[in-house]
Design a protein around this ligand. Structure first.
Ligand code: SAM
Length: 201
């Protein structure tokens, strides 16, 4: 992994721990994937040769950095599109990407995910999608991104198991996508719980 990326990942990991001991407002918190989850994405995306990705819920860019690190193993010109509604988080993410020297590979869309996805072409261009935003719209996000994913591509969804308050809604999400003939899906106990969904046709 590029040193410039691992340096910012380490910094954000420390920040995320500190945040839990301080009085930080919910909307300003990173709420990032765990380090294990990042390592898991890194291994899988490197292994399958992923070159481009879509991320719903950037926050300050911790998960984006892991994804970028993996894609850069497969191509010199990876492309990541990431969506975030909170302007101050967008500014923090941009700064982190610049410092990690990956800003040129990342397009940040500031706005509501449903608006952004609805305006995008329904072409199958992405190798990987990470869904890590509000939980109520999970099924709607899934239906909108599935046509944008290549066959053989992967959708990962965070928070399937933790925090526990999300368990019911995420179980409904998993049941919903399990019924789709175009995918195979499984819930894995990695980090906060990952739904790993592969598009098979
Ligand atoms: C769990 S955090 C993302 C963490 C990030 N993926 C990481 O691991 O570093 C969820 C983010 O989604 C954003 N978000 C929630 N609902 C959204 C929506 N409807 N449109 C755009 N962004 C949204 C929040 O502002 C928050 O920053």
């Amino acid at each position: 992994m590029k040193k410039s990326i691992s340096k910012i990942l380490d910094e954000l990991k420390r920040q995320s721990v500190l945040e839990k001991t301080k009085n930080v407002k919910h909307e300003d918190r990173m709420l990032a994937i765990t380090e294990d989850t990042g390592r898991f994405f890194y291994a899988v995306l490197t292994g399958v040769g992923a070159k481009n990705a879509l991320e719903l819920g950037t926050s300050v860019g911790y998960s984006t950095l892991w994804i970028a690190a993996a894609l850069l193993k497969n191509t010199k010109t990876p492309k990541i599109l990431t969506v975030e509604k909170n302007p101050s988080k967008v500014a923090r993410a941009r700064r982190n990407f610049r410092r990690a020297r990956i800003l040129q590979h990342i397009k940040i869309r500031q706005g509501r995910i449903l608006d952004v996805l609805s305006a995008m072409p329904k072409r199958a261009v992405f190798d990987f999608v990470l869904i890590d935003a509000d939980k109520e719209n999970g099924p709607a996000y899934f239906d909108l991104v599935l046509p944008m994913l290549k066959v053989g591509g992967i959708i990962a969804t965070d928070n399937m198991l933790y925090p526990e308050k999300y368990r019911k809604i995420m179980k409904r999400y998993s049941d919903y996508i399990s019924k789709k003939p175009a995918v195979r899906t499984i819930t894995l106990p990695i980090g906060n719980g990952q739904e790993i969904t592969v598009k098979i046709k």
